[in-house]
Design a binder for this molecule. Structure first.
Ligand code: PLP
Length: 223
């Protein structure tokens, strides 16, 4: 095995250990490899390490990686702030739209990818730049997305900037909302706060840095 793949395999084992220590069952907490800011090589390494779900934040970067990888594609998750005019070119590649936070996006996705699987992003940080629907409006948005025949699988949240512990109340709220709405997927937690997220019921953690190391600065803003 390639040395860089071996490193990702080791880091993945460490992430799994963190999940278990937080009380998560490795079989029930999915790991999404977040490759934003890293090259297509990171996608190949993730796949070689056994991860076939990969997340990207920026439309252009996702499309560029789809082209660079050509044959053996992972299941792509779109996890970033999404503009309506980017939906069309993403539609053929995206397996799960994690950042749906308004009905206008739902319309666009339903048009270009009928029946697509989506998560509703909930804003639990009071930081508007992070996107997400107000917690009080989640139930209504879920209903409206279902009326468009989209397959609403669950909720997604990005924790506030700062100490991991600060994310706990928001994650707890998302867990409760998902349970109330009968939604299975709770996409919560990244490298910095996945422990708290799993403690609060995450079953999908989105991890970049913990697998690939520090993100190259210049590339991180491409998109
Ligand atoms: C970048 C990003 C991640 C991964 O962040 P790391 O700290 O590298 O693990 C997860 N989710 C979202 C929405 C992101 O933007």
């Amino acid at each position: 095995m390639d040395a860089s793949v071996e490193l990702v395999v080791e880091r993945l084992a460490a992430v799994r250990q963190r999940i278990e220590r937080a009380g998560g069952d490795a079989a029930n907490v999915a790991i999404l490899a977040v490759t934003k800011g890293f090259g297509a090589e990171a996608v190949r390494m993730a796949m070689a390490a056994g991860l076939d779900e990969v997340g990207e934040n920026y439309a252009q970067e996702l499309v560029a990686k789809v082209e660079a990888i050509a044959a053996d594609q992972p299941r792509w998750h779109f996890i970033g702030r999404l503009q309506r005019n980017k939906v069309r070119k993403l539609a053929p590649s995206v397996h799960l739209w994690q950042s749906v936070d308004r009905i206008a996006l739902g319309h666009e996705i339903a048009h270009h990818a009928p029946g697509a699987a989506v998560l509703v992003q909930v804003n639990v940080s009071a930081e508007p730049q992070k996107g997400g629907c107000d917690p009080n409006e989640v139930a209504e948005l879920v209903r409206e997305l279902r009326d468009l025949d989209l397959d609403v699988r669950g909720l997604m949240a990005v924790g506030p900037t700062g100490a991991p512990e600060a994310a706990r109340p928001g994650y707890r709220q998302v867990r409760r909302l998902a349970d109330d709405l009968g939604l299975d997927v709770r996409s919560m937690g990244m490298t910095g706060d996945l422990d708290v997220a799993v403690e609060e019921g995450s079953n999908l953690v989105r991890v970049g840095t913990a697998l690939f190391g520090p993100r190259p600065k210049a590339a991180a803003v491409a998109g």
